[in-house]
Design a protein around this ligand. Structure first.
Ligand SMILES: [Zn+2]
Length: 340
C-alpha cells in the first residue's frame, strides 16, 4: 500500500477530560456479540464490514448517539487558536472528537528571542522543534484529541522567495498533497471540517493551500456534512481595535494596523457571516493556548487588551458556511446544527 506519510501524535491533555471519558465509556461497552446476541457459525466472530459505524455508537442515558467529530485544517502551529480555539475547546468539552491537521512546521515564524527569518540566528530546524512543542501544549489546553502534522515546510508570507521552495506547502502540487488529507478525512470521518476562505483569510499562500485542500477533500470524499471558513467580521475588528487604542495598548508591532477604522483592510463584511458560536466559557482556555505559542509575538498584543475587548474579541467565533449537506437553516449558532 502506498499509504501517505502522515505523522501522528495523540494528546491526552490535562484538560481533554471529555475525550478520555468518552474512550473510557466506549471501553465499557459490552462485547458486540453480547450487545446484539450475535453468534456466528462455529462461535467465531466473523469480519464485520459495518463495524466502524457500530464503533461510533456511544452511550448517553442509554440512548445511542452518533460520535461527532470536528476536523480543523490549519496551515501553521498557532493558527488553531485565534479563529477556532474557542470551538475546539467548546466541542471537546461536549465530548466531540477533535482532530487538528497542521500542514506545516511554521519554520518561517519567529525564532527564539523574536529573531525573524533572514536575520542572523534564525534557524528553521530550531524554530520547527520549538513550535512543535508549543503546538503540543496548545493542543493539550484546547482538548485536541488527535493532532496530525503533514510535515510541509512553511512557505512564508505572500511574495517571499520561499513561496515556491521544494517541500513547502504552497510549492508542492495540490495533487501530491491531497491524498494525505483524503486519508485523514476517511480515517476520522468528520461531520464538520473547518478551514479558511479562498483568500486564506489574509492572503498567506499556506492558508490558501490549506483552504484548497480542505475543500477538495470534503468534496471528493463526500464525508463531511459541513465545511466552514473562519471569519472575522469587520465590525468586530473595529470594536476591538478601537478599544485597544483607547486603552493605550501598543499596536505598533502589527502590520497594516494604521488603517481607517471604518474600513479595516482585513475581516469580512458582517452580512457574510452564517454562524456565530458562543465560546465565552472557553475564553480563558483560548488565552492560555495563545500563551503556549509564546515564541510568536505578533499576537501578544491580544493578551494586553482590556477585559471588555477580550470578551468581545474572543467570546464569539464566526464562520462562513461554505458547504452543507445537513439542511440546517442559517444563521446558526452550532457547527453541528442539523447533525445531532
Ligand atoms: Zn498561519
Amino acid at each position: 500500500m502506498d499509504r501517505p506519510a502522515v505523522t501522528k501524535a495523540r494528546h491526552a491533555g490535562r484538560r481533554s477530560a471529555p475525550t478520555a471519558r468518552r474512550h473510557y465509556a466506549r471501553r465499557q461497552l459490552p462485547a458486540r456479540s453480547e450487545r446484539e446476541g450475535a453468534v456466528t457459525s462455529g462461535g467465531q466472530p466473523g469480519p464485520d464490514p459495518d463495524w466502524r459505524c457500530r464503533d461510533q455508537l456511544g452511550e448517553t442515558g442509554g440512548m445511542p448517539q452518533a460520535q461527532l467529530t470536528l476536523m480543523l485544517i490549519h496551515a501553521h502551529p498557532d493558527d488553531e487558536v485565534m479563529g477556532t480555539g474557542g470551538v475546539i475547546h467548546h466541542y471537546a468539552m461536549e465530548g466531540v472528537s477533535t482532530v487538528l491537521v497542521t500542514c506545516t512546521g511554521g519554520e518561517l515564524g519567529d525564532g527564539p528571542g523574536g529573531v525573524k527569518p533572514g536575520q542572523p540566528g534564525h534557524d528553521e530546524v530550531r524554530v520547527r522543534m520549538m513550535r512543535r512543542d508549543e503546538l503540543a501544549a496548545s493542543c493539550a489546553v484546547l482538548g485536541v484529541a488527535h493532532l496530525e502534522t503533514l510535515g510541509y515546510l512553511d512557505s512564508g508570507m505572500e511574495g517571499w522567495p520561499q513561496n515556491h521552495r521544494p517541500g513547502s506547502l504552497a510549492g508542492t502540487p495540490l495533487a501530491t498533497e491531497l491524498p494525505k488529507v483524503l486519508e485523514l478525512v476517511d480515517r476520522y470521518r468528520p461531520q464538520v471540517v473547518v478551514s479558511y476562505d479562498e483568500r486564506g483569510g489574509y492572503g498567506h499562500p499556506d492558508h490558501i493551500r490549506a483552504h484548497q485542500l480542505a475543500l477538495a477533500a470534503a468534496e471528493q470524499s463526500g464525508i463531511p456534512a459541513k465545511v466552514y471558513y473562519t471569519a472575522m467580521p469587520k465590525s468586530l475588528v473595529r470594536t476591538a481595535m478601537t478599544a485597544a487604542r483607547e486603552a493605550g495598548v501598543d499596536l505598533s508591532d502589527l502590520p497594516q494596523i494604521d488603517f481607517d477604522p471604518d474600513n479595516p483592510p482585513f475581516g469580512v463584511d458582517d452580512h457574510l457571516i452564517t454562524t456565530r458560536v458562543d465560546v465565552s466559557a472557553d475564553v480563558s482556555a483560548k488565552l492560555e493556548a495563545l500563551r503556549c505559542h509564546a515564541s510568536q509575538m505578533d499576537n501578544a498584543f491580544m493578551l494586553n487588551l482590556p477585559e471588555a475587548a477580550v470578551a468581545s474579541f474572543f467570546g464569539t467565533e464566526h464562520f462562513i458556511r461554505a458547504l452543507d449537506r445537513s439542511g440546517a437553516g442559517i444563521p446558526e449558532s452550532d457547527l453541528f446544527a442539523g447533525l445531532r
